[in-house]
Design a protein around this ligand. Structure first.
Ligand code: ADP
Ligand code: MG
Length: 230
């Protein structure tokens, strides 16, 4: 369980202070599939970064099974992220001079001896182990980043607009892999999108506007990536 209590975050100070998160509280259950919706500039990425420990809140707490990560030292926070959290962004951030296999193995920052090849196969790229990113389509590159994020078997997968740079067909395909892997491995999904349709894939939808949660609801039925509009 992730318990988020009254987090605030501002950038700048004095007359140029930008209050981005104005007191956000939420509970996220283990294994949930959460989609965070909101207009550009509403604070979605800042929220995700604070909840995942990439950035520090100004106040409030973010507890993972009771452990408040806002109180951890930088070193302990890095260890926590490494052991528990995977990230996928709009940009793929693959290393251009490394093969698919090396990108996943090195980029995953593996904390144990997990079988990372299993994840490359799980995203349908078992035949691309020795390819370089430039030899892959955008969708394939994003699937490499999915394999990289999941290779260490994280408890929580954070995604910030994972289909933002993809066309409809490849976007659906990436979301389909993520949905299937979520079912198979049971990690928690927390995904940002501004595509309202993608919210129909979620179990829980959180809407953010101007740094506040304005709506939380559960979908009675979760749709697959091929059942939603685009
Ligand atoms: N590192 C930063 N420094 C200064 N301002 C920032 C920074 N990150 C985000 N912001 C500002 O915070 C606000 C919310 O940004 P963001 O969380 O990225 O929103 P969203 O992801 O919903 O588009 C915007 O006004 C943005 O300019
Ligand atoms: Mg954003």
């Amino acid at each position: 369980m992730i318990t988020i209590e009254n987090i605030t975050k501002s950038y700048g100070s004095g007359s140029s202070e930008n209050r981005v998160l104005k007191g956000i509280s939420a509970n996220i259950t283990d294994g949930d599939y959460v989609v965070i919706l909101g207009a550009s500039g509403s604070g979605k990425s800042t929220f995700l970064n604070v909840v995942s420990g990439l950035e520090r809140a100004d106040s409030g707490s973010v507890k993972y099974d009771g452990t408040d990560i806002t109180r951890l030292s930088d070193k302990a926070l890095t260890k926590f992220r490494k052991e528990n959290i995977g990230f996928i962004f709009q940009q793929y951030y693959l290393l251009p001079n490394m093969t698919v296999e090396k990108n996943v193995r090195m980029g995953a920052d593996l904390s144990g001896n997990e079988n990372y090849k299993e994840m490359i196969e799980a995203v349908g790229l078992g035949d691309k182990l020795t390819s370089y990113p430039s030899e892959l389509s955008g969708g394939e590159q994003q699937r490499v980043s999915v394999a990289r994020a999941l290779a260490k078997k994280p408890k929580i997968l954070f995604l910030d607009e994972p289909t933002g740079a993809l066309d409809e067909d490849t976007g659906r395909q990436v979301l389909d892999y993520i949905g299937k892997l979520h079912k198979q491995y049971g990690f928690t999904v927390i995904m940002i999108t501004h595509n309202q349709n993608i919210a129909e894939m979620a179990k829980t939808v959180i809407r953010i506007n101007s740094g506040r949660i304005t709506e939380v609801y559960e979908n009675a039925q979760q749709k697959t990536a091929y059942e939603i509009g685009w």
